[in-house]
Write a protein that binds this ligand. Structure first.
Ligand SMILES: [Zn+2]
Length: 516
């Protein structure tokens, strides 16, 4: 059966990264296959994972337990999906965008009504209703679990009230007559009564999280307390699809406060606090040293009071990163906390920290964080923005230039300036007196972006043209840092200071398509 169209429901990689498995280059060249996506799809697809991408990749090892052995005491699941697939993502740009809030058109003879739902589960997402079949596709806005308001790998906090409202709109726009509802990651729901029941409960779940958390925040409950205060309403707790199998009520509740009030609990003692490694030695000294802490932790552990054991052991590990007995005791407590979680992200995070405390951070080859197709999907502005992040600002003091960059094949121009140890760019402008100007096609710039060719080679054979002295670009290139995802999260786990065991290598996992 030939594929006649592809619909990208939203911007997360597990919903477009496999497109090359169903479309060939020939399909695309022929122009037969339409690829339909919500408006601004490409910008948001790439942007969400670029600026803080390396930190997110590192945090994936916690949320998804990527290094844990599979088994009852290790990795069991990651909530929405079962395992991260290896291999590069494919990305074929959409050929048609759904721009209005609601749009109706035929796709290969099938009538479809699209509902844009921006800033819900993803920055850009859309539901689709097939009225002649009474079939409702809820994208990833409704799954068989609580989703993430805050995702532990790190991302901007999602808007649960907005999310709830779009589910409510789907309930009244399509859900009054739909006979089958299908959605990402999980199974379909059959029959209108059941569809309405699920949509209502999911609508209320996200609204409740928003409203109840803010209800308490308005009475002084802080981001450091809300997870112990927020409670899912009993009627929702009794619905299987309202359990925290993907997002937990605890970390989501904290996320809602983060969205509205930010990280600070308003106690000046936590406003610009000491770094953990700087405050911990004072605690350890006042608590009477390592032996006393280990004794007390062992007593707490034996009593099943694991959270309080981590409270004091974490101080000891922060103060004494080379104390393997302390790291092992903290790992013991983390493991017990991990086993107690219903939510896989919490479980995996506790178990991943325990793993690294015992074994150190595994080394091995690291793959680049994005496939060539994903890099080609980056706008030139996004690429330049990211260069500003990669640049080591402290070593850029004293360097300065103004460059005009133009890419004739896309008709774009940029001013790129290095001033005050800061690299900035502005699209659509040309500086009157630049230090130099660089002209090359965006298609050639991509070869530089993916690391396939150097700028010098392009200047050498005339694909890039230069006016003025670009000597400073060499100095700029030297300031660019390649981020490495093997940085330390728990103290004393870097290979320089711990016993690193042989373990699954990092390569297959970094930059892979994660279930979102
Ligand atoms: Zn997904």
């Amino acid at each position: 059966m030939p594929v006649s169209a592809v619909i990208y429901s939203h911007t997360h990689g597990d919903h477009w990264g496999g497109v090359r498995g169903i479309l060939t280059d020939e399909d695309m060249r022929s122009g037969r296959v339409e690829i339909i996506a919500p408006r601004d799809f490409m910008d948001f697809t790439i942007a969400e994972n670029v600026y803080a991408g390396n930190a997110m990749n590192r945090r994936l090892f916690y949320q998804y337990g990527l290094l844990l052995p599979v088994g009852p005491h290790g990795f069991v699941t990651q909530g929405l999906g079962h395992r991260v697939p290896a291999g590069a993502s494919g990305l074929i740009a959409p050929t048609r965008f759904v721009s209005k809030p609601i749009e109706e058109f035929d796709v290969d003879g099938v009538r479809m009504i699209f509902q844009n739902t921006p800033n819900t589960e993803a920055p850009r997402e859309m539901n689709t209703y097939l009225p002649d079949m009474k079939a409702l596709w809820m994208a990833e806005n409704v799954i068989a679990s609580l989703h993430n308001i805050y995702t532990l790998r790190g991302a901007a906090v999602r808007d649960p009230l907005n999310w709830s409202k779009y589910i409510g709109e789907a309930l009244y726009r399509f859900g009054q007559e739909a006979e089958v509802m299908f959605a990402a990651h999980h199974w379909p729901r059959w029959g209108n009564a059941r569809i309405q029941e699920v949509l209502r409960a999911q609508r209320d779940f996200y609204a409740n999280m928003n409203n109840q958390v803010l209800h308490y925040a308005n009475q002084g409950v802080t981001i450091n307390q809300i997870h112990n205060v927020y409670r899912v309403p009993t009627t929702l707790q009794q619905e299987w699809h309202c359990r925290g199998y993907h997002g937990s009520p605890e970390h989501n509740a904290r996320g809602v406060i983060q969205r509205f009030l930010g990280f600070w609990d308003c106690n000046p003692a936590t406003l610009v606090p000491l770094s953990p490694e700087d405050s911990a030695p004072l605690y350890v000294e006042m608590m009477g040293g390592s032996e006393r802490i280990l004794d007390k932790a062992s007593e707490l552990h034996a009593a099943g009071d694991y959270l309080r054991a981590t409270e004091i052991l974490n101080k000891l590990v922060q103060a004494e990163p080379d104390n393997q007995a302390a790291k092992d005791a903290l790992a013991d407590a983390f493991e017990q906390l991990g086993y107690q979680q219903e939510n896989p992200g919490l479980r995996n995070s506790f178990l991943a920290a325990a793993y690294e405390l015992r074994s150190g951070i595994p080394q091995g080859p690291v793959a680049s964080s994005a496939s060539p197709e994903v890099i080609r999907g980056m706008s030139t502005e996004l690429f330049l923005n990211f260069l500003g992040i990669r640049m080591d600002s402290r070593r850029a003091e004293g360097l300065s230039f103004t460059m005009n960059l133009s890419t004739p094949d896309t008709g774009e121009t940029f001013i790129v300036e290095l001033r005050n140890a800061t690299l900035t760019n502005i699209a659509g402008f040309t500086a009157p007196n630049p230090d130099f100007a660089l002209t090359l096609n965006r298609s050639d710039l991509e070869q530089v972006m993916v690391g396939a060719e150097t700028l010098e080679a392009m200047i050498g054979d005339g694909r890039a043209q230069v006016e003025g002295d670009i000597g400073v670009l060499g100095a700029l290139a030297d300031l660019m840092v390649d981020f490495d995802p093997r940085f330390e999260i728990m103290p004393g786990t870097h290979p320089d200071r711990s016993t690193v065991v042989e373990s699954p290598d990092f390569e297959a996992t970094v930059g892979a398509v994660i279930p979102e």
